[in-house]
Design a protein around this ligand. Structure first.
Ligand code: DCT
Ligand code: MG
Length: 343
């Protein structure tokens, strides 16, 4: 109940581009998720970090009357509802959603009927597959997607490997997409890997959408201080066609839906092998976990951590790592298993 309320508040601040309170509610939600059980009494939260006056007031209200009036007000607010609807489309971010809202548009049919709007390729696919993509992907579906890509990769070369990352690596039952790393031991070879994978997926007839971004990785431009910026490795954002017959227990589909396939969002990233550990750690998330780990590195250890590297500002040198554990060791932290990184 509290986490859901905090997510609504955070999202509403995000839509208004008010970053401080947005992050504060996201962190508070993470703190509550990390607890072994639900909070029944506000007194038990006294010693918890990251719960400020505003979050506590919301919790008090929910404990007292079963709901938060502030959250209810947001949920019935036309602007919030419209922005939430528009940003649920693949390829539509808060800025575009806001522009459409300001232009008086309130529904998908408004957007699609507006002659002044030119949808880019991603947004066109986003609308086309909206029903499928906005429905969560199950663990069994994620596994089936993994098998499809694994088959493709083995057709390329036996030393290309596939590693699950993202929420499913953290053991989540459902996700909004499936994230993988594709790597090869041969340095430099990774640059041409994803185009080959994409080509084979296309030939199999399972590729519904592909946005490929070639690598812009440049070691001499590191370390970078920019947070939340995407990394520079070769990557692609895909929509794949997943046949129900390939999924253990069948598709996770809407009730009464008799379709035999669904569209699934899949992200692939392909770093050079010597960047493997940093990319794996970065792409395993959660976003909040990554954020706090980077913050810890910077403030407590004078180190800069991102998906590419770990830089020690005191020694003025990069620290090498071949496993995630090496990175935790450099940071002087106990290793944290992926399933413990959800909060
Ligand atoms: N990530 C990153 N840089 C970004 C965005 C994300 O390094 N600019 C990392 C953090 C999490 C990971 O990639 C996967 O991202 P998502 O798929 O968005 O998150 P998820 O944890 O897999 O959750 P979901 O179930 O929503 O897919
Ligand atoms: Mg994901």
């Amino acid at each position: 109940m509290f986490v859901d309320a905090f997510e609504v508040l955070a999202e509403n601040y995000e839509f208004s581009e008010v970053e401080g309170p947005c992050l504060a509610f996201r962190r508070a939600a993470s703190v509550l998720k990390s607890l072994p059980g639900a909070v029944q009494d506000l007194r038990t939260t006294q010693d918890l970090p990251c719960l400020g006056d505003h979050t506590k007031a919301v919790m008090e209200e929910i404990l007292g009357c079963g709901r938060s009036f502030q959250v209810e007000k947001i949920l019935s607010d036309e602007r919030y509802r419209t922005l939430k609807l528009f940003t649920s489309v693949f390829g539509v971010g808060p800025k575009t959603a806001e522009k459409w809202y300001r232009g008086g548009l309130r529904s998908f049919s408004d957007v699609l009927a507006e002659p002044g709007i030119h949808l880019n390729r991603m947004q066109q696919s986003g609308f086309l597959h909206h029903g499928d993509i906005s429905r969560a992907v199950s663990k069994a579906e994620a596994r089936a997607v993994g098998t499809i890509i694994d088959e493709v990769i083995h057709g390329i070369s036996p030393d290309v490997t596939l590693t699950l990352t993202g929420g499913f690596r953290r053991g989540k039952e459902f996700g909004h997409d499936v994230d993988f790393m594709v790597t090869t031991a041969e340095l430099g070879r990774e640059e041409s890997l994803l185009p080959e994978v994409i080509d084979r997926l296309k030939k199999q007839g399972v590729l519904l959408f592909c946005d490929y971004q070639a690598s812009t990785f440049d070691l001499s431009k590191l370390p970078s201080r920019r947070f939340e910026a995407m990394d520079h490795f070769a990557k692609c954002f895909l929509i794949l066609r997943l046949e129900g017959s390939r999924v253990d227990g069948g598709l996770h589909s809407a009730e009464g839906d008799s379709r035999t396939w669904r569209a699934v969002r899949v992200d692939l990233v392909s770093p050079p092998m010597d960047r493997y550990a940093f990319t794996l750690l970065g792409w395993s998330g959660s976003r909040q976990f990554e954020r706090d780990l980077r913050r810890f590195a910077r403030l407590e250890r004078r180190m800069l951590l991102d998906n590419h590297a770990l830089f020690d500002k005191t020694k003025k040198e990069f620290l090498t790592a071949t496993t995630e554990k090496d990175i935790f060791d450099h940071l002087g932290l106990e290793y944290i298993e992926p399933w413990q990184r959800n909060a």
